[in-house]
Design a protein around this ligand. Structure first.
Ligand SMILES: [Zn+2]
Length: 140
């Protein structure tokens, strides 16, 4: 990892510390555009906002999808204090952002937070294929 990448990761870690000082979970992220300029920064505000989705990575993915053209998004890198969770990973993929660089891995976070990890959500399906597929057919 080069010095610039480490500096951006240190900024993400500083944003995580800011979140913690504010009483929120300790996570921070930023977007760096194709020219190396910081485009946007966020920190976790899930407690302050009473919003389980207020992760910095998700907020930045939304920002990127609204504000960046596809070419710029693809050339933009998200630097984040921790590897994005599955919710944020999905949003990042949909936003078109080209790359994520993280400090702590999800595994390393779990080791710091015993008992954590992603619960398995019971799901049933598929079902009612003819009816459900009719709603989607021809849309794409
Ligand atoms: Zn997340």
């Amino acid at each position: 990892m080069n010095e610039d990448a480490e500096a951006f990761l240190r900024r993400a870690i500083a944003l995580a510390a800011e979140a913690r000082r504010a009483g929120d979970p300790p996570f921070g992220s930023l977007l760096v555009g194709p020219d190396g300029a910081v485009l946007a920064e966020e920190r976790n505000t899930s407690i302050a906002d009473d919003d389980i989705t207020a992760h910095p990575e998700l907020k930045l993915a939304r920002w990127a999808a609204r504000r960046l053209d596809a070419e710029t998004a693809a050339a933009t890198t998200m630097y984040t204090s921790c590897q994005p969770c599955p919710m944020c990973t999905g949003a990042i993929a949909r936003s078109g952002l080209g790359r994520v660089v993280f400090a702590l891995s999800g595994e390393q976070l779990d080791a710091l937070k015993p008992g954590a990890g992603w619960p398995v959500v019971p799901q049933d399906g598929p079902a009612l294929y003819d009816e459900a597929s009719a709603a989607v057919a021809g849309y794409y």
